[in-house]
Design a protein around this ligand. Sequence first.
Ligand code: FE2
Length: 275
Amino acid sequence: MLNVKLHHLSFRTENQKSMVNFYQDMMGMNKISHPNDGVILQAKNRIIHFVEGTKNTLNYAGYIAPDIESLEKLRTKHQKSGLDLLKSPSPIFGDTAYAIKDPDGNRLVFGLSVAKTKEEASMAGRMQHVVVASTNVQPLINFYSDQVGFIISDIVKKEDGQITSCFMRSDNEHHSFAVFLGDSNKLDHNCYETDSWNDIRDWADHFAEAEIPIFWGPGRHGPGNNLFIMVKDPDGNPVELSAEIEEVEKDRQTGFWVHNERTLNSWGKGLLRVD
Ligand SMILES: [Fe+2]
């Protein structure tokens, strides 16, 4: 078990101003710093670092270890598994952090937080998972499960055997990272776990006030069993608000699901990224 949690994300954008405004106004986040490249926003349990670049792509995802001993163990494990350990691009983690790059060029950073900022009270939404889309999912799945050490919770397959989704965990929560089959290599979505279904109602009302429509949901995912709604940020990245994500039993076997609308949303309409 990796024993890490998603701590912060960094998105590339061609429209930093609109993105920063959205995450400030709609996700209740405040500007905490202005590093050489970009802007960092934070609210309780969620941090995003925006940088200039091709929109809809992940610059990096920061996963936090519980302490320095765990981080050093992880570094040794990753060195032994033949990963190239790179310099951390994250200004949020300290000097002990390191990065890895997957076959599509997405970077994950493992580290410890050094940010000491006042966290304003805000609507409940703990940054919980990030998903990337790829035209070639198998090398990514092999990379993340065999070399990095994520555990595969659930796999969704088409009838011909093509994998369309692979949900992976780094602790006892069903997934903190996932890979979806898509028509390009890009960021698929980012997700915030709330405390209850009522929080999702409050988020929906909050978006309604700003006339931002929910484009998918409310519903319940098959894999992960979580309740969800999704809206889009100004770059078109889906933002998911979730509740009740599955806590996985220790010896749970990997689950296999059929690629259909019901798997993605047992309450109704599914959002199939590929047919
Ligand atoms: Fe999700």
